[in-house]
Every structure is written in C-alpha cells, then in structure tokens.
Design a protein around this ligand. Sequence first.
Ligand code: GAP
Length: 511
Amino acid sequence: MEQKEDKLKEVISHAKEYGFVFPSSEIYDGLAATYDYGQLGAELKNNIKSYWWKSMVQMHENIVGLDASIFMHPTTWKASGHVDAFNDPLIDNKDSKKRYRADVLIEEHIEKIRQKIEKEVEKGIKKFGDSFDEAQFRATNTNVLRNMEKITSIEDRMRVSLENNDLEGVYQLIMDCEIVCPISGSRNWTEVRQFNLMFSTELGSVAGDAATIYLRPETAQGIFVNFLNVQKSGRMKIPFGIAQIGKAFRNEIVARQFIFRMREFEQMEMQFFCRPGDEMKWYSYWKETRENWHKKLGLGDKNYRFHDHIKLAHYANAACDIEFNFPMGFKELEGIHSRTDFDLKQHEQFSGKKLQYFDPELNQNYVPFVVETSVGLDRMFLSVLSSSHKIELLEDGSERVVLRIPPALAPYKVAIMPLTKKDGLPEKAREIIDSLKFDFLCQYDEKDSIGKRYRRQDAIGTPYSVTVDHQTLEDNTVTIRDRDTMEQIRINIADLYRMIDEKSNMRSLLA
Ligand code: GAP
C-alpha cells in the first residue's frame, strides 16, 4: 500500500516539476481536487483526444462528431433521471469527520478479499511450480472458495440494497463487514444518506426554481437531444454513432487521488444508435473495440481488466467498466453501457417531440437503442503518465527518470540540440526545426551538457533527441538518439522526417 502511495506521489511531483499538471490556483493554496494542465500536459491531453477522435470519427464512416454546450435546458436533467437519481450514498465517520461513498467503502473491502485470493494462488504457484493447475486450484482450494463465497454474498447484498434504495441495508452491510475508517480506524459511522452530484447555478438575473440550471454531469445528454438534428442533417443511417469530447461536472463526495476523481473533468463519449434487439451485438463489438484501442498503446495488456457492474445505472440493461492498474490499484477507466431506448424515450416524453428513426429496410419507425462508450480523458492521462513513468538503473550505476510515453502521444516528438552555442551550430539546429515544425512539435535545447539535455528529454518523454555538431556543417548528418534504447546513430538530415514520422505517427495505433 505504502509503495502504491509512493508511486502516486512520485508521479504527482514529476507532473508538477516538468509542467504536466499543476494544482489549480496554487498561489491561493489551490482548490481541492482541481488541477490545471501545464504546457506539456496540454500537449499530451490533446494527443490523447486526437487518438480517440480519429479512432472514432475518422476511422468509422458511420460515426460523426458534435460539440454541444455545457448548459442545457433544465428539463434535460429531469428527463434523463439525474435530478431524481444521480445520487451517491454517503456515510461519515464520526471520529475522523471524513466523508465516504458507502458503495466505494464496500467495493474496497471486496478488493481486499480478492487480493487474499490472489495471494493464495501465488502461494500455490510457488509450491507446485510448473505442475500448478490454476483453474483447478481456484475451483477446489477451500480458502479460495470461502473468500469467493464471501465476495458473492457481499456483492448480492450491496446490489439488492442499492437497487431498492435501502440505505439502512447498506449501513448494516458496512457494519457486518466490520469496515473501518482508513483515517481513524474506527467503526463509529453515521447513517447512510443520498447526495445529488449535480452542480446547480442560476440563469441570468431571474431567481427561483424556474431559473435553476445545471452544469452537465455527463456529455451524453448533449448527444441525445441532438440525435435527430444530426441524423437528418447528416443523412445518417442506423446503425450510426455520435462522438463528443467535453467537460463534465460532478460534486463528488470523495474527490481525491490526483486527477483520477475531480469535480470538473473531461469525458470522451460516443453514443451508438442501433436497431432495438441489436444492442447486445453492438455492446460486445464496442467492448472488444475499446479494449483493443487501449491495448494498442502498449502500456501493458495485464494493466487492463473488465468489471461487470453489480448495480446498473437507471438507464442501462448491461454495463461494464474497463479498469486500469493505476498506482492506487485497479480502478475504472472507461464505462461501456447498453442504455436501451431509455434516454430518447424520456426526452420524447418530456419534450413532446418525436425522436424516432424511419428504417427504410424495415419500413418502420422506432426509437433506436443506444450503446455508449465513455472514457475519462483525465483518467486516460493518468493511465499514460503513471504507467510510462520509470526510474531506471543504468549500466554505469546512475539512474535516469524516463517517461516511456507512446511516441504518438508524446508532447514533443523531437528535441534538436546544437553541441555548442557557437560556430553556426545553433543556426543549423534552427534550420532543421524550421523544416520539421510543420509536422512535429520540436523543442530547441542548447543549455547544459548533452548528457543533461538527454536526461531532460527522457523526463518529458521525447522519443528522439538530435544533436547537431561540427560534422553536421560539413556533411549534413546528425546524431539521433532513441529515448527507449538510448542508442545513437548518425543519419542524414534528409532522413529525419521519415524516422520521426515512422516512430510517432498515429497510423500504427489506428490501423
Ligand atoms: N455517460 C455515462 C457516464 O458518464 P460514468 O461511468 O459515470 O458514465 C464515464 O463516467 C467516465 O467518466 C468514467 O469511466 C471515468 O473515466 C470518467 N469520470 C467519471 N467521474 C469522474 C471524475 N469525478 N473525475 C474524473 N473522471 C471521471
């Protein structure tokens, strides 16, 4: 646990030191759980957005983009169910005065039991070596079976309590599991209460209920209310999707763990409209497609796992998360939801306008079903940053800190460094930048020794560093150093474009 916390601390301090992420309004001592993306963070974020947008919109003929406003007519949130049901069950510890999400406390307790099972399996592997049959062990070992039963029983009780809004039942489950406050260590809990997560404000100068509007808690509703606009103006045929990237706001009870859970964050969401009855086919398709999208980044296949929802949101008939192995452990990165025709039907009912599609093949009108993929941009950012942050021991005994960011996402693609600040080398270096800057974000660096400059580029994840020396002036060759292998080769300036492009373009990710 301590190691995990240390890792997160390292990532946070690295992010600040090199201009990826700063605490927001820091000169006023910051604001809880709000962060600003710095000069490199903004680049990394843009590259992640671009990877997502291209994979959705550019690579799918039947998916188009949208950019809806954050403020929406307040009835939107009545229709979507957010006014009545976008609640978290919260509980306070009377000793530490800390507030928690009751369901998260229970899920963390379940995770601890899961870890016990994994430890038991590891013991088995050590004991039996090559002859170890993991599947059989999991199916027969008494400790594993006992803990599995425990998990099932807790999950069942939690699901039933949450589905029935039985807050007393949730409280009892926390007591029965003997869950203690991580800060005070006590079981001195308050009752469980519901808390709506939407931020509200007032429109213009009119006060009162009629003028209350909300900051959108998800981008999806901007897509639903525009379903027919896009379908008609874009002559879209079902099945088709609408993609959007934008800010969302939630008054999270527990906002912590850096940019993992914030009150203002960004979502990349896509609603895929299909024929009623086809939704499970598309749900499987999008599960697989999204898993591949993540794994293509090369952050390590073992860092991903699926988690099927116990408590389905009010709009879903199937839902799962893609979880990532963050420094704090496996946590939700993306949600994939089969939202049925719930949202469109609700908007039909509340607006009195038909939101139907005429299917020429079936010769019939219907309200389409929707499969949604929803990934948090900030969580994607954290997954990339935390898994690529490495401290490596070098052959000469020294250490280097390197960000092994997938080159296509790296803020700078190349650093150009004149060996010295004189003899025309800076001018030559700038000439090279001028020829590359239309296609790649380049950094010019002439300060300190070449070794120190390499370390700086490693620390910000620049895939290539190019050194311009006296020989360059004679034969137009430069030394190019690879961030990951640290190998250096001499190449012609004319070959730079191809090398950088091959390494860092998005084609291989999107293929
Ligand atoms: N439209 C569906 C929806 O909003 P969600 O599971 O509540 O579903 C989708 O959110 C994704 O948004 C999550 O998987 C997560 O990546 C991101 N997300 C949700 N709350 C967040 C928060 N407070 N801070 C950062 N990201 C968040």
